[in-house]
Ligand binder design. Structure first.
Ligand code: ZN
Length: 243
């Protein structure tokens, strides 16, 4: 990895104190969570329906058992831990340098690493609610349920607090993300190819000093960035010193 790029990233981080991190699947792959949309990811594996169909609102209500068969196998991953990127971001927040993490991931790993201000654009597998009485259920309840996870209070269907296809993002979450990004002095975009909308459109609200992109592969935003690092996000963050 180019050491001069790491030195520049370090300089930018040292200078800024309202950093926002905008992250995608690449942040979690280093914790062993497969990327939905990568070539080797679960979107190219064999199921009776394409994952985009299974993970839609219509499918959830019409083929609930099949939805959960897929969901339990592919979206609930046991024993995953935050990696060095999650940990460094939590430390940056603790040091008063980072104001928010905006993530497209649904695994809750930023919070597990200690991050407090996290906007989860696509929800979280850790939160599940009864569709009738809104009783909360944790991920183990879903993982251990057979066929349909039904509410123990009212027998209603329990649904993950995950934004499915055909569903819109949570308005409070969008507003919070826009507010954080538009007030940021530095925006670090990491582990995302910036192809999933509307999430990817949020970065257009940034008007601060430094736009940094860290991604294994090039993205269409590379040309707009002050610094582009094509590497694994964990490798990059492991070299950052928090002062
Ligand atoms: Zn209920």
């Amino acid at each position: 990895m180019e050491t001069d790029k790491i030195a520049r990233l370090q300089k930018y981080i040292d200078e800024c104190n309202k950093i926002v991190f905008f992250g995608g699947a690449g942040v979690s792959t280093e914790s062993g969570i497969p990327d939905f949309r990568s070539v080797d990811g679960l979107y190219h594996q064999k199921w009776a329906y394409p994952p985009e169909t299974i993970l839609s609102s219509t499918f959830f209500y019409n083929n609930t058992a099949e939805f959960y068969r897929f969901y339990r196998e592919k979206l609930i991953i046991k024993g995953v831990k935050p990696n060095i990127a999650h940990i460094k971001l939590a430390e940056l927040e603790q040091a008063g340098k980072l104001s928010a993490v905006v993530t497209q991931n649904i695994d809750g790993l930023h919070q597990l690493a200690g991050s407090k201000k996290v906007y989860e654009l696509h929800g979280s597998t850790l939160r599940n609610y009864c569709t009738k009485c809104h009783e909360f259920y944790d991920i183990d309840f879903i993982a251990e349920s057979k066929d349909l996870p039904l509410c123990s209070k009212c027998n209603g269907l329990v649904k993950p607090d995950v934004v499915l296809y055909e569903e819109s993002l949570d308005q409070n979450c969008i507003e919070g993300s826009i507010n954080a990004i538009s007030n940021a002095d530095m925006l670090i975009i990491g582990g995302t190819s910036l192809t999933v909308y509307p999430a990817a459109g949020l970065i257009n609200y940034f008007k601060g000093k430094y736009l940094v992109l860290i991604n294994r592969d090039p993205t269409h935003t590379d040309s707009k960035a002050d610094l582009v690092i094509h590497d694994k996000i964990g490798e990059v963050f492991s070299q950052i010193v928090i002062k």
